[in-house]
Design a protein around this ligand. Structure first.
Ligand code: SF4
Length: 768
């Protein structure tokens, strides 16, 4: 596949320079402590007084990080000029009668909507070059190419890759109708190890925190106050601290904003989380602090667990984790004494490791021991007791199952050893392309180049026979595609969402809205793109609605609600359900109990045996599967999330990049890429000062980015934010793509999760 394109730099040079304005607003955001919470700011170049105070005319739902915080939009002369939160919103506020807020990323939506870097019209590759096309032409070319691909390769060789979708039609179109069984999403680049493990241990997916009722919170490898699932999370935690006198503990080698607000910050030696968890279990068991009734009646494998941790004392763990034994005892006791109104919650900090699965298991042991599951202030088994109808059923649409009988080519464990518990792992697709098992991809806001072995992915994309992309920005995928469909951003399309987890601990919610503004330029919402493509492919009968609004209305008909009404209200709270679901229903596991030991999970037991680890909790040191620093590459490097930039394509926005630069005090520099956090102990011997450009080199490659020298990261450990540099959407690919340093072997062997810890050396100097 040719990679030549005439569209690499889409900027038309008309961007408004907003740094002067943003300086004030960002300072306010930072002083608010949790990023932008509480900051209501104008991004589109007008101030509140200029816009007037009576223009809150449009409603909306933020999708910038997929969490649906409710928002209202102020319009002025047809332009969106300001956003604010919705009071009482289940995802954007701490609950009834409480102020709704948006984080700093959300405020950048206005800049995103009018961003001249966006793809403004469809493109089709002709004579090796991407050229502008009409929508009709783009639909027809894509449909023809998909038909030819199916004839030549079979549908099973088309990869369906999704990251940021806002309509489920793609699943039906590409998987059910076209017949591809192959999909890759977030599971092996984000949360796979703990999603699988916590589901195996207790069933029903991943239990999540009931923040506002909690009294003891352990944010473990998670930066809860700035990498959140909606504003209800940081606000609920701050409420718990204020109203319940809750203790907040952060376990993280980085001094994050969550660490700043914590009672205890445990700057753990990277990748030794599993040892710390076992030592805490040792304290809780040895001191009889566990929930005897829960353990005796509702758990499986306690005796084996007791044996496994009998010698895993805090002193043993202190050697490994660099956390004082006294502190380990203190946190273990505090956590258990607050039970059941306590929780230990995890995310990428523990999953992006070669031993991520065992980290997740050992930490969830602690939740099981204190019996905090589905109890107030613990880890809730959230439900969604809302009556949305299935819009396909309402219209009598039935999809074929054309993928049935077509196996996923990567289910051959001999050939692709690291995917025992799932068919496909993100990092392995390049190899699958090389082996002829995948020959094309349908990509819906998909960004593989920032998520694993970038160089391999670039080569694989070049090899593929067909690439179709739906996206809003030019990046490493869209520039290589055969057909590019430009999608609208969230202010330009209607939204609907429903769920349970949020600030209403025993009720479900529905939230949604109409579009606030018309699609900009010649772009379309995802629904319209999928409908147009389905019609061109001859599948129009499966999309009977003329618009997404009609489809949403069919879904809302189950609640006796219309989109007009929901748009006005922004959200509706519905249903009621209780705690301790396991008392009646048991846990959804082989034994019906919460399982400390996973010998009943067939797939896992087989994978564990092959990997040489136990089904019981145990400490798996990082070197067993992962890459360790050595003489040549003495530093441990990874990437992480910050509030200002994460997911959703914020890297191109002046607003977000400026806030990030200000956060590290480097906004006076002519640089808006990502930053390498480096401890002074590591910076000084290398002659590196704050604000210097540096080169980070691994055995796989090298990148350049700016150093931020700070005590807020452990010596020997370095980190940056992901999503920058080569293949990214940043203007001129500014910054360093951390995954240029990565290879396909850096993978967690049970789940196939990308292991993001890389051994590197850092030297002064690099491309600005
Ligand atoms: S948390 Fe996510 S959904 Fe909520 S306001 Fe921020 S970016 Fe939007």
């Amino acid at each position: 596949m040719s990679n030549s394109t005439s569209t690499t730099n889409e900027s038309d040079g008309s961007r408004i320079e907003r740094r002067t304005f943003l300086k004030g607003s960002a300072a306010a955001a930072l002083s608010a402590g949790i990023g932008g919470a509480g900051v209501s700011q104008v991004v589109q170049g007008s101030t509140e007084s200029e816009a007037g105070s009576d223009g809150w005319v449009a409603s909306g739902t933020c999708w910038d990080c997929h969490q649906l915080c409710g928002q209202r939009v102020r319009m002025k002369n047809g332009t969106a000029v300001e956003l604010k939160g919705v009071d009482g919103h289940p995802r954007g506020s701490p609950g009834e009668g409480r102020e709704g807020r948006l984080c700093s990323k959300a405020h950048a939506q206005i800049e995103k909507a009018y961003d001249p870097h966006r793809i403004k019209e469809p493109y089709v590759r002709k004579d090796g070059e991407l050229q502008k096309a009409s929508w009709e032409e783009a639909f027809q070319v894509a449909a023809d190419k998909l038909a030819t691909f199916k004839d030549e390769h079979g549908p099973e060789k088309l990869l369906m890759a999704e990251g940021y979708d806002t309509d489920d039609m793609w699943k039906h179109l590409i998987m059910d109708i076209y017949g591809s069984p192959n999909k890759v999403g977030h599971k092996t680049i984000c949360h796979g190890p703990w999603s699988y493990t916590w589901d195996w241990m207790g069933g029903r997916g991943r239990p999540a925190p009931d923040h506002k009722n909690s009294e003891y919170i352990i944010s473990w490898g998670r930066n809860l106050l700035e990498a959140f699932n909606g504003q209800w999370e940081p606000m609920g935690i701050l409420d718990a601290i204020e109203e319940n006198d809750a203790t907040l503990v952060t376990i993280d080698p980085r001094y994050t904003k969550t660490a700043q607000h914590s009672d205890e910050w445990l700057p753990i030696e990277p990748r030794t989380d599993g040892a710390l968890a076992l030592a805490m279990a040792n304290v809780i068991i040895e001191e009889g602090l566990y929930d005897e009734d829960f353990v005796e009646n509702y758990t499986y494998g306690f005796n084996e667990l007791r044996q496994q941790v009998s010698d895993k004392t805090p002193e043993w763990a202190a050697e490994i984790t660099d956390i004082d034994a006294t502190k380990i005892r203190k946190v273990a006791r505090g956590f258990a004494e607050a039970a059941p109104n306590c929780y230990a919650t995890v995310w990428t900090g523990i999953t992006n490791q070669s031993n991520g699965q065992k980290n997740a298991q050992n930490i969830h042991v602690l939740n099981g021991l204190v019996g905090n599951l589905d109890r107030p202030g613990g880890l809730r088994y959230w439900e969604s007791p809302v009556d949305l109808a299935d819009p396909y059923e309402v219209q009598g649409v039935e999809f074929p199952s054309n993928q049935d009988g077509r196996s996923q080519p990567l289910s051959d464990y001999e050939e692709y050893p690291f995917h025992h518990v799932r068919g496909l792992a993100h990092a392995q697709f390049p190899e699958a392309v090389e082996n002829g098992d995948v020959a094309g991809a349908f990509m819906y806001w998909f960004s593989p180049l920032k998520n694993s072995n970038t160089q391999d992915w670039i080569e694989a994309l070049e090899e593929m026979d067909l690439l179709i992309a739906i996206d809003a920005y030019w990046n490493g995928m869209t520039r290589r595609a055969d057909v590019v469909f430009p999608e609208s951003s969230q202010l330009e399309k209607p939204m609907l969402g429903a769920g349970g987890s949020g600030s209403y601990s025993t009720q479900g919610w529905v939230t949604g809205s109409k579009a606030a503004i018309e699609p900009q330029w010649d772009t379309k919402p995802g629904f319209d793109i999928l409908k147009g493509l389905a019609e061109a492919m001859g599948y129009g009968e499966y999309v009977p609605w003329d618009s997404k609004e009609e489809k949403i209305n069919d879904a809302l008909s189950g609640m006796g609600l219309t989109l007009d009404e929901l748009d006005e209200k922004n959200y509706v709270i519905q249903g009621e359900y209780g705690y301790e679901s396991w008392k009646e229903d048991g846990f959804d596991t082989a034994t019906g109990k919460f399982e400390f030991v996973l010998d009943n999970v067939e797939d896992y037991a087989a994978a564990a045996e092959q990997a040489g680890i136990s089904t019981a909790p145990e400490y798996v040191p990082p070197e067993k599967f992962g890459q360790m620093p050595d003489e040549e590459y003495p530093l441990d490097f990874t990437d992480a999330f910050v509030e200002q930039i994460s997911r959703g394509g914020d890297q191109t926005l002046d607003h977000s990049r400026q806030l990030l630069a200000e956060r590290w005090g480097l906004d006076h520099k002519d640089y808006r890429g990502n930053y390498l956090l480096l401890n002074p102990d590591d910076a000084e011997p290398r002659g590196i000062e704050d604000g210097d450009m540096v080169t980070v080199e691994s055995p796989e490659g090298s990148i350049s980015l700016m150093a931020h020298v700070t005590e807020g990261i452990k010596p020997g450990y370095t980190a940056t934010t992901l999503g920058w540099g080569k293949g990214s959407i940043t203007p001129n690919e500014e910054g360093g793509n951390s995954m240029m340093l990565h290879n396909a072997d850096q993978i967690e062997p049970i789940s196939g999760q990308v292991a993001r810890h890389i051994k590197v050396e850092v030297t002064k100097g690099g491309d600005a």
